[in-house]
Design a protein around this ligand. Structure first.
Ligand code: SAH
Ligand code: SF4
Length: 404
């Protein structure tokens, strides 16, 4: 492992660090934005127009002050400024890996009953021609997958839809992914020039246990008059909450990734304990029924490589048999160790053998290159500082590598 970088970016100014004082409009969906505008006296007959104006400033231009909203009347701008902000979550730290991966530890406003302000992590993984943002859906996770660091943290709470969207806004701020306000063009960045081209729900939490908020957030992120990220470039990863899988496909229609990790129920019960409730057979039946599934829209099966646990050639062969008939991609993830874990990552040769068997069976099986290991930003290393370590993460680069 490369030496731990602890680069707090120079660019984080005191302003970025200051907690928001007024409630933020950044991250809201149209309906809630309308309610906030109504609350400060915007008349119903103007509502659609006003919501559209703000929507474009917030999600196309990425403005962070009402002063920049030049087509909104000065009077309304002043009213909005008195009541609201466009603040993003507070950045506790920003770490930049030697490979360019960036990880933000974000602090959310404390609510009445909370002992401390909850913290989450968001990770950006740049690659040639694309950039993947890995976002969190919960603070911590209620499930206890035995190889996952996040699973050792007790759930603090579900994220609100706007807190999920805000991770995307903040990442776009930090990597410089908004149009240049001074440029004479139409203010849009062509998709080919975007820095964040893909979003994966692979940060902290089980997204299907925060279904409604995650669905609302993804509707905002994919809205074609706003951030406009295609649903084919959004991937939800689940440990296998079977009853919600089909509903997610119908409601949100994003790409799907399944944390499979084992081919036998006995082992999967141990690695992904939710398997006791919904075993492999039921999980795969739900996958087969996933709306929109086709060879062009395949499901990604994630498989973490654990030394001596699930990495034998017989496991690879069984995996291929198990997935027969499902349009699938297999993502082999080298295990990312964390302090106190009882697992080790498989030897490289073992991973290559495994990949070879899977490839020969006709599956693209990219081995996910661990990214950002030096800043604990790789899969399963994510765990916010609200509990013990400020380490947390994702190596998600290959998940949806061949989606358009
Ligand atoms: N809760 C969801 C999404 C977040 S986890 C899920 O489980 O799918 C995202 C991916 O990282 C999952 O496939 C998860 O199994 C994997 N992962 C967790 N801990 C890991 C670790 N230590 N090393 C490698 N991958 C890990
Ligand atoms: Fe939760 Fe996913 Fe980690 Fe399992 S792997 S504990 S579901 S975050």
């Amino acid at each position: 492992m490369v030496a731990l970088l602890d680069t707090i970016s120079d660019a984080i100014t005191a302003r970025d660090m200051a907690p928001p004082v007024l409630p933020s409009l950044a991250g809201l969906d149209r309906e809630t934005l309308g309610e906030r505008l109504a609350a400060v006296g915007v008349p119903e007959r103007q509502m659609r127009m006003r919501v559209n104006q703000l929507w474009s400033w917030i999600y196309v231009r990425g403005v962070t002050t009402f002063d920049d909203m030049t087509d909104v009347s000065k009077v309304l701008r002043a009213t909005l400024k008195d009541a609201y902000s466009l603040a993003r979550p507070e950045i506790v730290s920003e770490q930049i890996s030697v490979d360019g991966t960036r990880k933000w530890l974000l602090r959310l406003p404390k609510r009445g009953h909370e002992a401390a302000a909850p913290e989450i992590e968001t990770v950006y993984i740049p690659e040639p021609g694309r950039g993947t943002l890995c976002i969190s859906s919960q603070v911590g996770c209620t499930l206890n997958c035995s190889f996952c660091h996040t699973g050792t943290q007790r759930l603090v709470r579900n994220l609100e839809a706007e807190e999920i969207v805000a991770q995307v806004l903040l990442a776009r701020d930090r990597v410089g992914d908004w149009p240049d306000m001074d440029s004479p063009d139409d203010g849009l960045i062509p998709n080919s020039k975007r820095k964040i081209t893909n979003v994966v729900l692979m940060g902290m939490g089980e997204p299907l246990y925060n279904f409604d908020n995650v669905a609302r957030a993804m509707a905002v992120v994919s809205d074609s008059d706003g951030i406009s990220l295609s649903k084919r470039r959004i991937t939800l990863s689940t440990s296998g909450i079977v009853p919600e899988i089909e509903r997610w496909g119908e409601t949100a229609g994003t790409m799907l990734a399944i944390s499979l990790h084992a081919v036998r129920d006995e082992l999967r019960d141990e690695l992904v304990p939710i398997n006791k409730r919904w075993p492999i057979k039921e999980l795969l039946a739900a996958c087969k029924a996933y709306p929109g599934l086709s060879n062009a829209r395949r499901i990604t099966f994630e498989y973490v490589m654990l030394k001596g646990v699930n990495d034998q050639p017989a496991d690879a062969k069984a995996l291929v048999r198990l997935l027969a008939g499902i349009p699938a991609k297999i993502n082999l993830i080298p295990f990312n160790p964390w302090p106190g874990t009882r697992y080790e990552c498989s030897e490289w040769e073992q991973i290559e053998n495994f990949a070879e068997i899977v490839n020969r069976a006709g599956y693209a099986s990219p081995v996910r290159t661990p990214r950002g290991r030096d800043i604990f930003a790789a899969c399963g290393q994510l765990k916010s500082a609200s509990e013990k370590l400020s380490a947390r993460a994702r190596a998600v680069a290959e998940t949806d590598a061949d989606t358009v």
